[in-house]
Ligand binder design. Structure first.
Ligand code: SF4
Ligand code: SF4
Ligand code: FES
Length: 251
């Protein structure tokens, strides 16, 4: 049975267990977010995706990414109250990540240019907002190479026991999902440096471009049952080869 409810007075349907933010976006409603990806479990860390949910006579502000939809709720995605809370949360995030382009841009949309607090004294990974999206993505991919370390105002993102993790395959997913782009990752033609390790790249046998790190290739082939030569050629060269085969057939 689908769940039926309203967003901004528009009737929508969802599957039981779906998160409100995902359903809202699927139906064309725009809600800002920093720490959510559809394929990664939501934890409601950044508090930017706040919405108002009314259920009967009760109403509350809640993060939409980790709110499971319910029959009959009425959701507002924008109101002066919602904007005021988002602005306050952005002020806090800006104090943690003063030079993050993404945070500055979003904060400006809510009239915040300079936080009243901060700067945060302890932030060994500058601009990290502790949203844990990197940790959740790494875990979801089965690598478990990142974690949160410390507590309270000493909390940070790091490697278990502060040592380069054996399970890190250098896939770069943590760096690419990070909303503030604060995880240092350097690629050359032959190597990727990330989290204190250097990973050799597999290079395309056709054009020489880096395809994937060797450790990531080995992990992917072992866990997804792919053919051994799956990553020998990069995507662009594979596409060229496919279109050439197609052209030869058509010809
Ligand atoms: S690069 Fe390492 S730490 Fe980052 S997501 Fe991949 S396995 Fe995890
Ligand atoms: S490194 Fe990026 S993704 Fe990870 S917690 Fe910090 S801001 Fe979030
Ligand atoms: S996107 Fe919902 S709390 Fe960050």
């Amino acid at each position: 049975m689908p769940i039926r409810f309203k967003i901004n007075d528009v009737a929508v349907e969802a599957k039981p267990g779906e998160g409100l933010l995902d359903v809202a976006r699927r139906n064309g409603f725009s809600i800002p977010s920093l720490c959510h990806l559809e394929s990664v479990p939501a934890i409601g860390a950044c508090r930017i995706c706040l919405v108002e949910v009314r259920r009967g006579r009760r109403s509350k502000l809640t993060t939409s990414c980790n709110y499971e939809v319910l029959d009959g709720i009425e959701v507002s995605t924008d109101s002066p109250e919602i904007r005021r809370h988002r602005a306050m949360n952005l002020e806090l995030l800006l104090a943690r990540a003063p030079s993050s382009e993404a945070i500055r841009k979003l904060a400006a949309q809510y009239g915040v240019s300079q936080p009243r607090f901060g700067p945060i004294k302890y932030n060994p990974l500058p601009n990290c907002i502790l949203c844990e999206l990197c940790v959740r993505a790494c875990t979801e991919l089965g690598h478990h190479a990142l974690t949160t370390v410390g507590r309270g105002d000493r909390k940070r993102i790091g490697l278990p026991f502060n040592k380069p993790a054996d399970t890190c395959v250098g896939c770069g997913a943590c760096a690419s999902v990070c909303p503030t782009h604060c995880i240092p990752m350097t690629d050359t033609l032959t190597k990727r440096a990330i989290w204190g390790q250097k990973h050799d790249f597999v290079r395309c046998s056709e054009c020489g471009a880096p395809v994937i790190t060797k450790k990531h290739r080995d992990h992917a082939i072992a866990t997804k049952g792919l053919p051994e030569d799956y990553y020998d050629v990069c995507q662009s060269c594979k596409q060229i080869a496919t279109s050439q085969r197609f052209a030869a057939i058509v010809w």
